[in-house]
Design a protein around this ligand. Structure first.
Ligand SMILES: [Zn+2]
Length: 164
């Protein structure tokens, strides 16, 4: 560490939507199978139990991380499903990670596209301004030349219909 290095600080976003963006970049959870809730994400459960209905069926508990243990005491009440063992949960975790990677990638591409569109718009408005300025300068130069030659005539704009 030299004299010009700093201990990094966490950014302090003012607007909450930046927090949402941060979550897309960088998930807050460690376990992708249950997002650290101990309950396997319903869409992942459906990979194993195709007809799974999270309003009706027993709650499949994550066995990929230790968060699932929080729910095991409910086993005797018959509200949890422990059939999705560690191997299955590890697989579901891998699937969720891949989904995440793809979502993040498409999100990146979206942002990139929006940025390009925005900068493209800015570039074209700047070009328009530049074009207008060049046209105005060109007219001014012609005017000067015309005045110098003594043959400059002001051409009036055509009058518009005054029906309205
Ligand atoms: Zn988990």
């Amino acid at each position: 560490m030299n004299d010009f290095s700093f201990d990094p600080l966490e950014p302090l976003p003012i607007r909450p939507e930046e927090e949402v963006e941060k979550e897309i970049w960088q998930p807050q959870w460690k376990c992708f199978c249950c997002q650290d809730t101990g309950k396997i994400q319903p869409y992942l459960v459906r990979h194993v139990i195709p007809g799974y209905n999270d309003n009706r069926d027993r709650l499949p508990i994550c066995q990929n991380c230790n968060k699932g243990h929080d729910w095991f005491h409910l086993d005797e009440f018959g509200v949890i499903d422990t059939r999705l063992g560690p191997q299955i949960c590890r697989k579901l975790d891998a699937i969720a990670r891949e989904d995440w990677r793809r979502t993040t990638k498409s999100w990146f591409e979206n942002v990139k596209q929006h940025l390009e569109q925005a900068t493209g718009k800015i570039a074209s408005t700047q070009n328009l301004r530049k074009r207008d300025r060049i046209q105005a300068e060109f007219i001014l130069v012609q005017e000067k030349h015309g005045l110098a030659r003594g043959d400059w005539e002001e051409i009036k704009d055509q009058e518009e219909d005054s029906d309205f």
